[in-house]
Write a protein that binds this ligand. Structure first.
Ligand code: PLP
Length: 378
């Protein structure tokens, strides 16, 4: 892995990714498959590479947010079944069918429009989405919602291969247990009514996201498939580990661009929000908010250099930020700095950064911008 000329990069540990897949798969009952969630460029990790690893690790399906993401995977040669989780424009139907991509159907009108948009002789695989309490997409789980889902199930141009729902609070085991259990109960009731009246079984029933796998797998929420996204990338949605030992896949690293010296009383960066309280040595890092380092973290994060933590100071700029490295003797341009990830014995997690930024680790990972090359390591 030669990064000598790279200013800032995201290191993607394929070994960690495979380890996480094995850990997750081992925790599942026999017969339950893994649907790898690779939307948003695999949470910023690089969808084509992640998909290939997941396939080799034995994943049964891939999930993306939109048709564009599915087609990009097909263009990269990906052969696994793919599900588009989002609500897509019906005009996509012929292309999706041609590329053997399954589409979520969230309402009767969409099901009819997808079927109508297909070319003669084409069939489109679909997964029926039920809203059991997320309040986002899906057929209502009871009453008229099920009548409408049944109408979609009977459209000859559609091939229903799955049914699913999505949890709102499965990642909050302390406060969200009752609600998650209620969502699961609704899902089971709706699926069994649908199957009974339709006269067929859904080959794939699925509901467990990362929280579902972490905290509800022993209660049977795994069904035919699970859809953990965040866990695959070695990041937990909260503090609890749920009996899984996962490794972070992404580290964000940069290279010291310059080392500068400042007198007590000097100010640094836009807005002059930081003043040197003593004679100070700074490292200028070529990483800024255009790379995904949120500007709201200005003056609040720490960076690892030589396995030690140093405070970032002053406003984070678009392409750079400054780190107080006073007391780190003869630091030179070219040395590696870690924004999150491991450096020697020290580690900064995406979760730590998320907490400081007032957000969730998902957003920290997804924010790493396309300008940052993804560099895979074993
Ligand atoms: C994103 C997403 C997932 C994965 O969520 P995680 O919290 O990352 O496990 C699963 N299902 C659906 C419908 C999603 O949109």
């Amino acid at each position: 892995m030669d990064t000598q000329k790279t200013r800032t990069w995201a290191e993607i540990s394929l070994g960690a990714l495979r380890h996480n897949c094995r850990q997750i798969q081992r925790s599942l009952p026999a017969g339950c498959g893994l649907m790898g969630v690779v939307k948003a460029d695999a949470y910023g990790h690089g969808a084509a590479v992640v998909a290939e690893q997941l396939r080799q690790a034995g994943a049964a399906w891939l999930a993306v947010a939109c048709p564009e993401e599915a087609l990009a995977l097909r263009q990269a040669g990906e052969s696994l079944p793919i599900l588009v989780l989002g609500a897509s424009d019906p005009a996509w139907a012929p292309v999706l069918a041609e590329h053997r991509v399954a589409q979520t159907v969230e309402c009767r009108e969409k099901g009819q429009a997808l079927a109508a948009a297909l070319h003669p002789g084409q069939r489109l695989q679909v997964h029926i989405k039920l809203d059991t309490g997320m309040g986002r997409l899906g057929f209502p789980w009871e009453g008229a919602g099920l009548e409408q889902a049944l109408e979609v199930l009977r459209l000859p141009a559609l091939e229903p291969v799955g049914v699913f729902t999505h949890f709102a609070v499965s990642d909050e085991p302390e406060t969200g247990r009752e609600y998650t259990q209620e969502q699961f109960r609704r899902f089971r009731a709706a699926v069994s009514e649908l199957e009974q009246r339709w006269g067929n079984r859904f080959p794939q029933r699925h509901c467990a996201n990362s929280g579902g796998v972490l905290f509800y797998r022993q209660e049977g929420y795994t069904l035919d498939l699970v859809r953990p996204g965040l866990l695959t990338y070695g990041v937990y949605p909260g503090r609890e580990r749920g009996g899984l030992d996962l490794r972070p896949v992404m580290s964000l690293r940069s290279r010291v661009a310059a080392v500068t010296h400042h007198r007590k009383g000097d100010t640094v960066s836009y807005g002059r929000i930081w003043t040197a309280q003593r004679d100070t040595t700074l490292a200028v890092l070529p990483v800024g908010y255009a790379d995904g380092l949120h500007r709201c973290l200005s003056g609040r994060l720490e960076v690892l250099i030589r396995g030690r933590r140093f405070p970032q100071v002053g406003r984070i700029c678009m392409d750079m930020c400054m780190v107080d490295v006073t007391g780190c003797p003869d630091l030179a341009p070219g040395e590696v700095a870690t924004i999150f990830g491991r450096d020697g014995e020290a580690e900064i997690s995406a979760a730590e950064l998320a907490e400081k930024a007032g957000t969730i680790p998902y957003e920290i990972l997804c924010a790493v911008s396309p300008r940052v090359p993804r560099i895979c390591s074993e």
